[in-house]
Design a protein around this ligand. Structure first.
Ligand SMILES: [Zn+2]
Length: 417
């Protein structure tokens, strides 16, 4: 007994799919439901891979609409960080559950998360049924004396998530940024991550200020500094990368790290620059797309961010051919990075996929790729399946009302609503 999808359109061919034990057992024109299968009728729908939101802070749904329209450092130091000090496991659990509902609704099947109380976030991910790498931020105020404690805490969190035995949430290191973490801690993360077999996420080169501080303090630009710390490997995600120069892009490509661009958050926080996508592509840099946290985006609908990404890059290059819809979709699906990529829809692969309403007004004409990037929002997703479990059917996520109500209670308890 498994899950079957009937009459879906996959790249122009009508196919059936059967899933067993979380994986695709069969896919093709002749595949029919087996006796006892749960069946999704996909007539008029396209079968497509899920999206990978490669950088977010899911629990920050609690901060959505709180203290908007402020400069980054003022926003963080005066409004966000003081409240975060009071947050509990329950706050992060429900904030993350709400984020999961939104991502499931808009076609994200996996995400990379950096937030406090990461074990609670991991529990929320397991309960929601989506996939994620959940990592607690490591911050030692750039003080080597605080390094051991901060790193020990991070390792404990990694162990707890790994030991909890969930199939969907996995741990990682998340040193916050080079301006909040000491070199001592960065070096320890570089040493421990491969020993523990976990990836690393870090914010890099988000503001011009971060770059000029790094150059004046260390005599080198941020990516070169991270490389000196040993952190620029294939299991590292660099979020933002707005101010990376050519020498940094070449170094990142050589080391195999992945840059995740977050165009909407960059616009909202008005960082004044744009990720040099074409230079990065030409240099061979692995890349992904993220929403960043719901406090600074404020949406978790990655379909919106696809459009913004493509339009910004076209405009900056004064060239409408600078990036294509297909290229943008590949970026949002994780296909442009070995670290982010998900298996193709074929037998043996994880049964993670979406059914898209191609009869909708937005998608009824033109190619699907162009429709998804330029015309549609996440509202065209009819069904979301992760590990062979239907998380959304007919556009409805089961239990969403309870998640909304509980998250409102938690936000009110923090004085945010
Ligand atoms: Zn971020």
């Amino acid at each position: 007994m498994g899950l079957a999808v009937k009459d879906a359109t996959l790249e122009g061919t009508v196919v059936g799919v059967r899933c067993e034990d979380g994986r695709i057992a069969a896919i093709g024109p002749d595949v029919e439901p087996a006796e006892g299968d749960e069946v999704l009728d996909a007539h008029g729908m396209a079968l497509v891979p899920g999206l990978v939101n490669a950088h977010t802070h899911a629990g920050m749904t609690l901060f959505r609409g709180f203290a908007d329209d402020l400069p980054l450092m003022e926003w963080l130091t005066r409004y966000i960080w003081p409240v975060e000090k009071r947050m509990s496991d329950d706050d992060v659990y429900w904030g993350t559950r709400l984020a999961c509902v939104e991502m499931i609704q808009s076609g994200t099947t996996a995400f990379w998360d950096m937030y406090w109380h990461a074990e609670a976030a991991a529990r929320a991910v397991e309960d929601a049924g989506i996939r994620a790498v959940t990592a607690a931020p490591l911050i030692d105020d750039s003080d080597p004396a605080k390094s051991d404690r901060a790193c020990d805490d991070a390792e404990r969190s990694i162990e707890k998530i790994a030991d909890s035995g969930g199939a969907l949430a996995s741990p990682g290191f998340a040193p916050h940024a080079i301006y909040t973490v000491s070199e001592k801690s960065l070096r320890r993360v570089a040493e421990r991550a491969p020993e523990l077999g976990v990836p690393v996420q870090i914010h890099l080169s988000e503001t011009e200020h971060e770059v000029s501080d790094c150059v004046s303090e260390r005599g080198m630009r941020p990516a070169h500094y991270l490389d000196r710390c040993g952190l620029l490997g294939p299991d590292t995600i660099l979020a933002h990368g707005v101010w990376l120069d050519q020498s940094e892009l070449e170094l990142i490509a050589e080391r195999g790290a992945t840059v995740v661009t977050n165009p909407v958050a960059n616009l909202k926080l008005a960082v004044g620059g744009l990720f040099p996508y074409r230079d990065a592509r030409d240099a061979g840099v692995a890349m992904g797309l993220g929403t960043d946290g719901p406090g600074s985006n404020n949406s978790l609908d990655l379909m919106d961010d696809m459009k913004v990404f493509a339009l910004l890059q076209k405009n900056a290059a004064a060239d409408p051919a600078a990036v294509t819809a297909g290229e943008t979709l590949a970026l949002a699906r994780g296909d442009r990075s070995p670290l982010l990529s998900r298996p193709a829809l074929e037998p043996g692969a994880d049964a993670d996929f979406l059914l898209i309403r191609t009869e909708s007004a937005e998608l009824s004409l033109g190619t699907l790729d162009a429709g998804l990037v330029y015309a549609a929002s996440g509202a065209v997703v009819d069904a979301t399946v992760v590990a062979g479990t239907v998380l959304m059917r007919d556009g409805r996520v089961e239990g969403a009302e309870e998640v909304v109500a509980r998250t409102r209670e938690q936000a009110a308890g923090l004085g945010l609503a």
